[in-house]
Write a protein that binds this ligand. Structure first.
Ligand code: PHE
Length: 446
């Protein structure tokens, strides 16, 4: 099954960086703070943290394990744990691929905005003010152009393959992002109004609690950990056999959650600081105004308030964000590309060209029908498809796969595993608790 020449991440750290690179992205810096701000702050944070621990992390371990066992693209890895030759795994696998492409298409539109905010201060500096203004102003043409640029960047990295492209980029830039975050949080905390935001973020007001909030938090946790769409199955397939999967998964989840938490610590106070400077955040009914573009309103307002250093911080911030988005988008593109290479026998470059082209087409479709499609594609893919597909993989690992083989795969990275609490609890947890919990969450919203 495994070919001798199949690529692997070159070290455990390389894998953690790549997997955390996939996990950390717009979901952390755009999705999480936006949802927290629209859903009462601290209550959302609390439910989100619970979702990460009780559902997302166990399922992350399941996806990584399936992938490492399969040592192949997700379609084949999933089939490899299925006892009889059957079309069912193929069907679910394809759904994963399609969902990955759906996510890539809306993701590239938002990431395109980052490209715009990144280059516009530079254009201002050289006197190209009208181009810079165009890049910062919402329009179909701009959205299309920038999404195109972002997908092209993604294609360029994926073209280079696993170690050269994916691993290298992720390891370099993640630490830098964390450092800049810390500096920005300290700055914003010293501004007038920040404490109000901090209170909203950390002191729960349970009147905001609702079943919709729980479903939203669940979707956000799956989105943020790149679950369901088989990204973690592919990354698991590049994982060396001597790696302790549960421990590594926990590290990835901790990094991802830490960065989402930090983003909230920055954005929510920044909202109130911006409000103090006259930027309107809420409408009269107390609803967030333009929640999709909130982060892109609040942060530039903060950078403006920083005077001349603001421009530098702004360029640095958007550059790092762009890279964080890239290390996520490459993982989305890698899913169908790995399938095309191994299942259709295509060259990496051929696969990247046509699948990237398809993503551009999908993104254009959304851009031209922004009002009706943008929110819809996000909701369908992240709130529903990701958790449901995640559940399929949990059932796959918990029920379909031979228990002894599952445990043997886990044991390879950690021979003492048999005596651990994890070993005793996790397989049955996947089997019973995950499906029941998720069923309850969906049931509550109907
Ligand atoms: N986890 C990424 C983020 O938070 C998004 C993502 C979703 C990446 C699905 C891959 C697959 O931005």
């Amino acid at each position: 099954m495994a070919s001798a020449s199949r690529a692997q991440f070159s070290s455990k750290l390389g894998f953690i960086m790549a997997a955390a690179g996939s996990a950390v992205g717009l979901g952390n810096v755009w999705g999480f703070p936006t949802q927290a701000a629209s859903n009462g702050g601290a209550v959302f944070l609390l439910v989100y943290l619970v979702m990460v621990v009780v559902l997302a992390l166990p399922m992350l371990i399941a996806e990584l394990t399936i992938g490492r066992y399969g040592q192949a693209n997700p379609l084949r890895s999933i089939a490899s744990v299925w006892p009889n030759a059957s079309k069912i795994p193929l069907g679910f696998g394809l759904m994963g691929l399609i969902t990955a492409l759906m996510i890539l298409s809306f993701y590239s539109i938002i990431a395109g905005w980052l490209v715009g905010y990144l280059v516009s201060p530079i254009l201002d500096l050289v006197g190209l003010n009208s181009v810079s203004h165009w890049l910062e102003t919402f329009s179909t043409e701009r959205n299309l152009f920038l999404a195109f640029v972002f997908i092209a960047l993604t294609m360029k990295v994926v073209m280079k393959g696993v170690t050269e492209g994916i691993e290298r980029w992720s390891s370099r830039l993640m630490p830098l992002l964390v450092g800049l975050f810390v500096v920005m949080i300290i700055y914003i905390m010293m501004q007038d109004g920040a404490i109000e935001g901090l209170k909203m973020y950390l002191v729960p007001d349970f009147s905001h609690f609702s079943s919709d909030l729980v479903v939203g938090a669940m979707g956000q946790a799956f989105f943020s950990l790149s679950l369901g769409v088989t990204v973690m199955i592919v990354y698991g397939s590049y994982l060396p056999k001597d790696v302790n999967i549960p421990k590594t998964a926990a590290q990835v989840a901790a990094i991802d959650t830490g960065i989402a938490f930090g983003a909230g610590l920055l954005i929510l106070p920044a909202m109130f600081v911006a409000q103090k400077h006259g930027v309107q955040i809420y409408d009269q009914a107390g609803q967030l105004l333009n929640s999709d573009t909130l982060v892109f309103t609040v942060l530039p307002a903060m950078f403006d308030s920083m005077g001349s250093t603001g421009a530098i911080v702004s360029v640095l911030f958007f550059a790092l964000m762009l890279i964080a988005a890239l290390t996520s988008s490459i993982s989305m593109l890698e899913v169908p590309v790995s399938c095309a290479i191994e299942e259709l026998g295509q060259k990496r470059s051929t696969a990247v060209w046509w699948i990237g082209g398809l993503a551009i087409l999908l993104a254009s479709l959304i851009v031209f029908n922004f009002g009706s499609l943008f929110g819809l594609v996000i909701t369908v893919s992240t709130v529903y498809l990701q958790p449901l597909l995640g559940l399929v993989w949990a059932i796959c690992a918990g029920w379909v796969w031979n228990r002894a083989k599952l445990l043997e795969e886990i044991r390879q990275g950690h021979p003492d595993m048999e005596n651990s609490f994890f070993w005793k609890v996790w397989p049955n947890y996947l089997r019973y608790v995950c499906p029941i919990l998720m069923g309850l969450v969906f049931w509550a919203t109907i």
